[in-house]
Design a protein around this ligand. Sequence first.
Ligand code: SER
Length: 843
Amino acid sequence: MKSSEIRRSFLEFFESKQHRIVPSAPVVTHGDPTLMFINAGMNQFKDVFLGTGTRDYKRAADTQKCIRVSGKHNDLEEVGRDTYHHTFFEMLGNWSFGDYYKEEAIAWAWELLTEVWKMPKDRLFVTCYKTDSEAFEIWKKYMPEDRILYFGDKENFWEMGETGPCGPCSEIHFDRTPDKSGKNLVNADSPDVIEIWNLVFIQYNRKADASLENLSARHVDTGMGFERVCSVIQGKNSNYETDVFMPLINKLSELSGKTYLNDLDDPDSIAMRVIADHTRTLSFAIADGAIPGNEGRSYVLRRILRRASRFARNLGFREAVMTKLVGILVDTMGDVFPELIENRVTIEKVIRGEEENFLQTLDRGLTKFDELAKLSNNKEISGSDAFLLYDTFGFPLDLTELIARERNLSVDIAGFNQSMSEQKQRARAARKSVSQEVETIETDSVSTFVGYDTIETTTTVEFAQDNKIVLARTPFYAESGGQMSDMGMIVIGKDIYNVIDVRRVGNAIIHIIDKNAVLETGTKAIAKVNRTRRLDIARNHSATHLAHEALKTVLGGHIKQAGSLVHPDYLRFDFNHFEKLTDEQIKEIERIVNEKILSEIDIETSVLSLEEARKDAKIKMFFGDKYGDTVRCVIMSEDFSVELCGGTHVRNTSEIGLFKITTESSVAAGVRRMEAVTGRGAMEFVGTLQNKIQELTDEIGTMQKNFRKLEKDISDIKREAMEKEISQSTHEAKMFGEIKVIAKQIDVDSLDALRDAAVNLRDTLAHNAIVLLAVVIDEKVQLACSVTDDINGKYPAGKLVGLAAKELGGGGGGKAHLATAGGRNIEKLPEVLENFIGLIEKL
Ligand code: SER
């Protein structure tokens, strides 16, 4: 059976048992900052088990994309070195939500494995939780007692995490030892006897105090390793030998010219397995909206990619190679996971960009590694050296560890962490002094922020120290979430204190003022925010939300905010993207934002619980951001932009005025930066542009003038040179009796110049002279003939030039002393000049 048939038959089997076939959840989790990637089929049903959510079906089955590279379930180190662990895999699962229980779960598992898939019964072992005699008794109906084994908490009590739904489980293991002697290898980490299916009987909730509480309903949660089951059904002893992996491995073999061996020790084959596995992980994660980067989930992906890059280097690749496997993955799995097809170009580009980026430092890093290893007498990579490899050459710590392990070196992890935290401290120390100053303030004052509704309020002083004042109520927004603080003034009696910065410490909003103030708690004060600055900031903040959404529309769903600054003069937005924006893209982003501005959309805010916000896929939340229990949502027309945000915004998009992108650049690998202006900033920008245009126009005018002068100078110089040449050529004259004859080609750039030269020469010669000058301009011969007055009655220039032109396939004529003509036959010109005396003779 092909893998696609195996997957289909699993789903059809459970469909025939009245299960709803549901799609896989995206492997990248959205709105759950505690989980980086989906790591089990049941993740998407967590709420049903906990009783906080419901579905309109009681039985479900699916194939779930899973990634296990971080946290509790992490299989990264095993990948490539054994036959059955992966960072990405599919988990086939069936569920009962308070419906059927052990009896049916076991019966159907047995039916599918032995009747539909015809697995030999004497190759199957099952395990039960030590106290679960109920499961044991059910299994006895299907197999001899000596194939049913009891295990303890570690193996047979499945828990989702520290707390949450859990219960005893029963696992099915497949024995591939030649003589079916694998009983002792069950749960022994052996490739010969592997777990293929886990049936979990969810009946408890693990509470924070570690006690177990009975759930009101009992559920079934099963998970089967798809790639493992394929290896069993296809009679292979390795998942990599199945048709799930072989197309990728064959391509790698073809590209590298190395042979793939089903051998756990062959370095080339390990490399091919790792690259095939990691390419799948990266492709599926990127298809679901993640992107390699510097933090959190993004950094996990970057680590995986760099690890694979290094294995590719071992295979001899010097250029990006994973990107070349994406097409094969799309071809083999796109029908089941269409997101691969939809995002193919993005996946290829992101992977290629990341690979190429790392290849720039990989070789130098490897050389550095060798040097460092040698310096330590091949004993240990010190913490500071590991940090150097990380900081300068982009080696994630686990990559350094991997290379070190291969060479029997150790790595000083504690030292690495020390260097890392020292760097963070240095960065922190370099940050604005005002933060430090403010942090030294100790006050438990509580300020109420009223600035969403008003910019001026009457209030009282809560606390004052040096140049810092805390008010009971304040309309001043404290710098936060990238939005700069308000400025303005606090009026107390006759005194005016200018507010130059505002910070929040704990529950207090601290106004930093321009002088020291000695004030008693309870003193009356009027707090006035500078309206102009507030509005400038609000325009830029609202425009940031619109721009974020426009970037997603134009560049793709992978766009995520990587940093933001909302300044009164401009906005700056960093986002994950792998290449420079084109002029068209920039124009399109501007167009969309300005369109939304012109549509006069009301901007509304609503406060909701974090739980509600998480459930709404439309709401932009930022992974890794800490949110309180209630969050504020900024909504600009339901279907366009909805974002969690505490900032101050305009009330209607039309107030933004005009949105104009001023720069687009790169800040780090895979991170672009856009700066833009709105309202007053845009007006200023346009004004500056206009001035620039005026300056340029003036400059071009001056340049044009200079150019014309230069042109004239050049032509004067040429003419002078020509005159010189002509006066010198008087002694080149041939004699026709008493008459001096000059016939030659000269280099001038116009007919006028040619004529002038002919006149000039005639005047110089003065008596008894005939001159014929020629020039080739635009593929045509131009002739000018001049004859001195004493003989031009007998030898008129007009006639002479006509005769010469005729020879050149043209014609012309003129006065007796000066005439011009033209001809096309350039090749004949030397002959005509040479024989000019012959033409004169004809006359
Ligand atoms: N949740 C169980 C597992 O992850 C069964 O699906 O193994």
